[in-house]
Design a protein around this ligand. Structure first.
Ligand SMILES: Cc1cc2nc3c(=O)[nH]c(=O)nc-3n(C[C@H](O)[C@H](O)[C@H](O)COP(=O)(O)OP(=O)(O)OC[C@H]3O[C@@H](n4cnc5c(N)ncnc54)[C@H](O)[C@@H]3O)c2cc1C
Length: 481
């Protein structure tokens, strides 16, 4: 909806930048009153809620619906899980006959009465979220608040005289009393040569080009071992049968995350950590012991991860470790120890590795060179030794890397000192309730690691966590004691 593109200036009560689930959560909790105009500015604001992860795929492509949520539906949002179960017949129809055979993985859970435990296609979660966005807009309209969604990119902002001005790439400038910025995570780390005849700098939006090479029988080398790598595997599986699959990954640890396997009855771990730690090492040792006991007691990683996530949402790190510099050392470890991912694809990948049909090369890709019929990647292993490997096509799914770069508005906010990069966790640092140095501007991203006195124990690259933190940011500030 770009109806404002011809106007040069638009005054609103409140602005939201972003079109993902965090922007939607800010809208759902927005306190605008009758007569107010709220403007949502996002690259795809007209599909508010989907953001990057839950976008609508291209109709008719084999890989449409191939990308899955990384955890069971109930873990993303119990309301989504019930919504999915209510529409199961329609979902079954949509997914029938697709490769990889998603229904074959879902069927045992369905038979066990656990539709809520499936790893749903991300686009289907996006359908649910978009429905929530429409409901939120209707609820605000019933309160007399107009919401306008404008497809545009916000490029910079000025804060002056109690109001905030946001500049966009469509030439319209927006002015309001307050602003929420929910721009998503940092960009993928660029690697020398990752955009060329035999390499793509990302998988998303590049599928047509990558598919040509997969169909032609080229080997696909994916840089990175995270969720996006699993998406590339599924892209390949959607296009060629298993005996024609030529896929491998290169990742620093050379390891896969653990599959998040659902079970009935649900038994999330219930940690209860001591509150008198004086160092990160001592808290981490207790977490490590708790994880080991949980494993001995037969807990699945899905239960351990969900238990710690719920625990730290109620019991912030600061309650266990008052030294903030020490607390900042904790999240990087928990991120690694509580790493989990899509059950279907990780178990598939494990099987393919066991059958020598694929592999994960340990190391870091430092450069990609393009030859006449493929690419050569330079790989540095953990000992610093460099090797090369000839391959067909390279897809960069490396993640953000240590020196993250962000969207233009966040970069502008960093330049102005409105938000900061935490020197220890390397994540983004905002004030209490996600306020920036200009209190009428809030910022929340999956990369946020410090919110006021709260150090987020587990990364916010998680739909449930982001929605929780956006809701909290909108609660009334506690009275000073
Ligand atoms: C591919 C992928 C898969 C994922 N899978 C899962 C999963 O299975 N489960 C899970 O819990 N989490 C998953 N995540 C983590 C994900 O980050 C969060 O779940 C959540 O989607 C993040 O929402 P967000 O609104 O903060 O950011 P995003 O979804 O990234 O949305 C931000 C949006 O704002 C737009 N934007 C940014 N800057 C500007 C600007 N300056 N002007 C206008 N628009 C702007 C962007 O284009 C983007 O669409 C995944 C992430 C990715 C990238």
């Amino acid at each position: 909806m770009n109806e404002l593109s011809s106007a040069k200036l638009c005054a609103a009560a409140h602005l939201i930048v972003g079109d993902g689930i965090t922007a939607l959560a800010f809208l759902e909790h927005c306190t605008a009153t009758a007569g107010d105009l709220v403007v949502v500015i996002g690259k795809q604001a007209s599909a508010l809620g989907r953001g990057v992860a839950y976008a609508t795929g291209t109709p008719g492509t084999p890989w449409r619906y191939a990308y899955l949520l990384n955890s069971p539906a109930y873990d993303i949002d119990p309301a989504f899980a019930d919504w999915l179960a209510d529409r199961w017949d329609a979902v079954r129809e949509t997914m029938a006959g697709r490769a990889p055979d998603w229904l074959a993985w879902a069927d045992p859970l369905v038979a066990a009465g656990d539709i809520q435990g499936v790893n749903a296609p991300r686009e289907i979660y996006g359908d649910f979220i978009e429905e929530q966005a429409k409901k939120a807009i209707a609820t605000l309209a019933a309160r007399g608040v107009e919401v306008r969604c404008v497809d545009a990119s916000a490029t910079a902002l000025d804060v002056e005289g109690g109001q905030v001005t946001v500049h966009t790439d469509i030439g319209t400038t927006f002015v309001a009393q307050s602003l929420d910025v929910a721009p998503g995570g940092p960009s993928t780390l660029r690697i020398d040569g990752d955009d060329g005849p035999f390499a793509a700098p990302t998988v998303f939006g590049q599928e047509e080009r990558i598919a040509e090479h997969i169909r032609a029988g080229a080997e696909i080398l994916c840089i990175g071992g995270n969720a996006a790598m699993l998406d590339v595997l599924r892209l390949c599986q959607s296009l060629v049968p298993e005996d024609a699959l030529k896929f491998l990954a290169c990742a620093p640890e050379g390891e896969l995350p653990e599959p998040l396997i659902p079970r009935l009855p649900r038994r999330p771990l219930q940690p209860n950590l001591s509150r008198d730690h004086t160092s990160a090492d001592s808290l981490l040792a207790e977490v490590e012991r708790t994880i080991a006991y949980a494993r001995d007691a037969g807990h699945e990683m899905s239960e351990i991860r969900a238990g710690f996530r719920a625990y730290f949402l109620v019991n912030p790190l600061a309650d266990h470790l008052t030294d903030k510099a020490e607390a900042l050392r904790v999240p990087a470890h928990l991120r690694l120890w509580l790493r989990g991912g899509t059950r279907d694809t990780i178990l598939e990948m494990r099987r393919l590795i066991a059958e020598n049909r694929t592999e994960i090369l340990p190391g870091i890709v430092t450069k990609i060179e393009h030859g006449p019929d493929g690419a050569v990647v330079r790989i540095r292993d953990t000992a610093g030794m460099e090797t090369t490997r000839k391959t067909g096509f390279v897809v960069n799914c490396a993640g953000a890397g240590a020196r993250s770069t962000y969207d233009p508005l966040t970069q502008d906010m960093l330049r102005q000192g409105l938000i900061e990069v935490c020197p220890i966790s390397r994540g983004l640092k905002v004030g209490a309730q996600c306020r920036t140095k200009a209190p009428m501007v809030r910022h929340l991203s999956p990369a946020t690691t410090v919110i006021g006195e709260d150090v987020t124990a587990m990364p916010l690259y998680d739909a449930h966590m982001l929605r929780t933190y956006a809701a909290r940011a909108s609660q009334a500030e506690p009275a000073p004691t």
